[in-house]
Write a protein that binds this ligand. Sequence first.
Ligand SMILES: NC(=O)c1ccc[n+]([C@@H]2O[C@H](COP(=O)([O-])OP(=O)(O)OC[C@H]3O[C@@H](n4cnc5c(N)ncnc54)[C@H](OP(=O)(O)O)[C@@H]3O)[C@@H](O)[C@H]2O)c1
Length: 335
Amino acid sequence: MRALLLTRYGGPDAAELRDVPQPRPGAGEVLVRVHAAGLNPVDFKTREGKLKLVQRYPLPVVMGNELAGIVEARGEGATRFAQGDRVFARMAKGAMGAFADYAVVSENLVAAMPPSLDFAAAAGVPLAGLTALQALRDELRLGPGSRVFIPGGAGGVGTFAIQLAKWLGAEVTTTASPRGRALVERLGADVVIDYTAERFEDHVRGMDGVFDLIGGDTLEKSFGVMRRGGTLVSIAAIPEPATARKDLGRGAALAALFWLASYGLRARARKHGVAYRYLFMHPSGAELAGLAQLIEGGKLQPVIDRVFPFEEIAQAFAYLESGRAKGKVVVRMQA
Ligand SMILES: NC(=O)c1ccc[n+]([C@@H]2O[C@H](COP(=O)([O-])OP(=O)(O)OC[C@H]3O[C@@H](n4cnc5c(N)ncnc54)[C@H](OP(=O)(O)O)[C@@H]3O)[C@@H](O)[C@H]2O)c1
């Protein structure tokens, strides 16, 4: 079968399309004929070797973290899905394998695809959708009347985050360039600041929570837009001790390293009287089924920017790496 194989860490040519043996489903796993797979910044960060501390893969490895397709076979003891079911999934942490004609995934991470979506749209949901859900519902605990600031609302995660924050009842302030304004307004953002023309820190105040999708300078300035007692959750900055323990299930050594690395950010958070949390999302079939229900109920729609044929996955990577995608970038394996 065709697969995007990572053979070494590096630039775009470190991963290439190759013919590799088809995987076999192990106990509790299903074999999925992949129809489409979503791209995410984690893919090029992995390729570049930037995440080795968090996730080390024995090379060569088939890349790709989320997929939509049809169940082809079941491993021993896998009973939740039948051959022919249309499913989608965020692959297990430390596994990957979605950029291929076939992939195996634990049935616990799989959910039935929303019937109204085609494969390309469904493939863009799992990673970004679950990330936004877990950050807003579980970490920021948004509810009716909460005020949340989401810098970077027009990208893969942001387009889910705006809709989910609205569904939770929050008032949403976001940033977008003129290229993304109409999109974030359509998704329900209450206040949109053009970050290319205005300083958001001059306009935003008293937020209960911030969901930071940008990191760097944007994150540093976001501490100042919150009320005391609020929480800032980042997915784009520096991990902290809870990331090691809660998200990665790792021990004291990594927690201590993250404690040191995040020292400055946590000190800044303390100065502003807010909490700092770096979330590394968790794959979950049950939570993905919840997102599918929201999609079927008309509360959530994936925004797909571009769909590339699988043979053009290098161009899909280049487009995502430009940092300008509006919604999700997807590759299609089957016509
Ligand atoms: N920790 C986790 O579990 C986790 C999970 C998912 C994602 N992430 C991380 O979260 C980040 C966002 O992911 P993504 O998939 O949403 O990325 P993405 O789709 O590539 O985001 C691109 C969007 O960001 C906008 N943008 C770029 N710079 C901006 C700025 N300074 N202010 C406001 N908007 C800006 C761009 O619009 P314009 O150019 O038009 O402004 C574009 O629409 C990445 O760093 C990714 O690695 C982490």
